[in-house]
Design a protein around this ligand. Structure first.
Ligand SMILES: Cc1cc2nc3c(=O)[nH]c(=O)nc-3n(C[C@H](O)[C@H](O)[C@H](O)COP(=O)(O)OP(=O)(O)OC[C@H]3O[C@@H](n4cnc5c(N)ncnc54)[C@H](O)[C@@H]3O)c2cc1C
Length: 401
C-alpha cells in the first residue's frame, strides 16, 4: 500500500508552499510566537510584524483561500477535505497568520446547511471575507463535557428571543463581534432536546463580559452574562428545538482537518536542531540516550498524528463518518503538544523555564509557553477523557461506564 497525494493534491501542496514562501519573510516562523495546538493568542512581536500579518491575511482573502472547501456559489472553491487539510498543514508549518476559524470552520458551513436564504445572504459574505469574528458560546458553569446540561434560556417574546444565563471559558469573546450560542428554548423538554442555536451580537444591551486570566497570566477566556438580552428571532439558526447535537458533532468533523499539524512538525524540527547543535557539559545533547529516546518517541507519534490527519480527511471525502478517527486525532495531537513541551523542558533543562527574552532563552522562550499552554488543548473542545469514552464505545464497542 502506498500512501501519497494525487497529482492534483501535490500540485496544490506546491502552490500553497510557494505562496507562503513568497508572501511571508523567510524568518517568519521565528517571529510567530505559537506552540503547536495553542489556544491563546501568541502574537508576532513588534508592530512591523503585525503589519506583515495583516497584509498576508488580506492576500489570503483575495485568493479566496479562507473558504476553499465551501461551495463555489458561496464564494468558495469547492476543494476537497484533503486539499483543505493540505492547506492547513502548510499554513501551520510556516506558522502563518490565520483568520477567525470559528466563523469559517463552523458557523459558515452550518449556515450553508441549515440557514435560510436570508440568513445566508446576511452572514455568509461577511464571514467569507473575514469581516466579522465569532466566539463559541457553549460551556456553562454546570455544563462542559455534558453540554446537554445547559441552563441558559432563550424564550420567545414577540419578534425576539429573550436570553438569560451565563457562559464560561469563552475564548477570545472580548475580541470578537458575535457569539455562536446554544440556549434552551424549551425548558420543559427532556435534557437533550429543547435546545437551539443563535447568533448573538456582543453589543446588545444586557451582555456583560468578565475576563478570566489563563495559566500564563493572559486574558484569553471570559465569563459572559446574559441579562434579559433581546435577540431578533431572525438570528435563530436552523429552527427551534431541533436536535442540534448531531448536527454540531457532524460539523466538528469538518474542523478536524484543521489541527495545525504542520506546527507540530516545525516545533519538532526546531527541538531536533537544538539537540543536534547544543553542547552541555562538553557533550552534544543529542548524544545522550535519554535525549534520543525522547526525540524518537516524539518523532514516532508525530508520524502517527500525520497519518490520522490524512486518514480523517480521506474518510470525509469518501463521505464516511470519522467519529472515532476524529477523537483519536484529538487525543493524539493534543497529548503530543503536551508531551512535546514536557520533553523539551527536560531536554533544555533549566533554560526551558526562562520566559523573558534574554541571551539565555533558547527557542525564543517557546518551551516555557508550551509547557503551560499545552494543557489547555487536552481540555478544550472535549477533554481527553471524553474522547477516550467515544473511542471505547464507538470504536471498541465497550459498554458505557
Ligand atoms: C483552552 C480552553 C478553551 C475553551 N474555549 C471554550 C470556548 O471558546 N467556548 C466554550 O463554550 N467552551 C470553551 N472551553 C470549555 C471546554 O469546552 C470545557 O472546559 C470542556 O468541555 C470540559 O468541561 P468542564 O470544564 O465543565 O469540565 P467537566 O465536564 O466538569 O469535567 C471535569 C473533569 O471530569 C472529566 N469527565 C467529565 N465527564 C466525564 C465522563 N463522562 N467520563 C470520564 N471523565 C469525565 C473531564 O474529562 C474532566 O477531567 C474551553 C476550555 C479550554 C481549556
Amino acid at each position: 500500500m502506498e500512501i501519497c497525494f494525487t497529482e492534483k493534491e501535490q500540485a496544490f501542496y506546491n502552490e500553497v508552499d510557494a505562496f507562503l514562501q513568497t508572501e511571508l519573510p523567510p524568518d517568519w516562523p521565528d517571529k510567530s510566537i505559537i506552540w503547536p495546538g495553542d489556544y491563546s493568542p501568541g502574537g508576532y512581536g513588534d508592530e512591523e510584524n503585525y503589519r506583515i500579518a495583516d497584509r498576508f491575511k488580506a492576500g489570503l482573502i483575495e485568493k479566496g483561500w479562507l473558504t476553499i472547501s465551501w461551495p463555489r456559489e458561496y464564494g468558495g472553491k469547492a476543494y476537497t477535505y484533503m486539499e483543505q487539510a493540505i492547506y492547513d498543514e502548510r499554513m501551520s508549518y510556516y506558522r502563518a497568520p490565520m483568520i477567525d476559524s470559528l466563523g469559517i470552520g463552523i458557523v459558515g458551513p452550518m449556515l450553508l446547511r441549515v440557514g435560510t436564504p436570508e440568513q445566508q445572504a446576511e452572514w455568509i459574505p461577511r464571514i467569507a471575507a473575514g469581516a466579522i469574528s465569532m466566539w463559541l458560546a457553549y460551556s456553562e458553569p454546570n455544563a462542559g463535557s455534558d453540554l446537554a446540561g445547559i441552563e441558559t434560556t432563550a424564550l420567545r417574546d414577540g419578534d425576539d428571543y429573550v436570553i438569560n444565563g451565563q457562559k464560561v471559558w469563552s475564548s477570545g469573546a472580548h475580541l470578537t463581534d458575535y457569539g455562536w450560542m446554544i440556549a434552551r428554548t424549551d425548558p420543559d423538554a427532556r435534557k437533550h432536546r429543547g435546545v437551539s442555536l443563535f447568533i448573538v451580537d456582543n453589543k446588545l444591551p444586557g451582555v456583560t463580559m468578565r475576563p478570566i486570566i489563563n495559566i500564563m497570566g493572559q486574558h484569553s477566556f471570559n465569563e459572559v452574562f446574559f441579562d434579559n438580552v433581546r435577540v431578533p428571532a431572525k438570528n435563530l439558526i436552523g429552527g427551534e428545538n431541533k436536535e442540534f447535537y448531531h448536527l454540531m458533532s457532524a460539523l466538528d468533523f469538518e474542523r478536524v482537518t484543521l489541527v495545525g499539524i504542520g506546527g507540530f512538525r516545525r516545533m519538532f524540527e526546531e527541538l531536533l536542531e537544538y539537540a543536534r547543535t547544543t553542547e552541555r557539559n562538553g557533550e552534544i545533547l543529542g548524544r545522550s540516550p535519554a535525549v534520543k529516546r525522547r526525540l524518537v518517541d516524539l518523532a514516532t507519534r508525530l508520524e502517527i498524528a500525520y497519518i490520522y490527519v490524512w486518514r480523517t480527511a480521506a474518510m470525509l471525502d469518501l463521505k464516511k463518518d470519522p467519529h472515532v478517527e476524529s477523537s483519536v486525532l484529538k487525543v493524539v495531537t493534543t497529548e503530543l503538544a503536551r508531551d512535546m513541551a514536557e520533553a523539551a523542558m527536560d531536554i533544555l533543562g533549566p533554560y526551558g523555564q526562562l520566559t523573558a527574552p534574554s541571551p539565555w532563552t533558547p527557542l525564543r522562550a517557546l518551551v516555557s509557553r508550551g509547557f503551560l499552554e499545552s494543557i489547555s488543548a487536552t481540555i478544550g473542545a472535549g477533554t481527553s477523557e471524553i474522547q477516550r469514552n467515544i473511542i471505547a464505545q464507538r470504536g471498541l464497542g465497550l459498554p458505557r461506564t
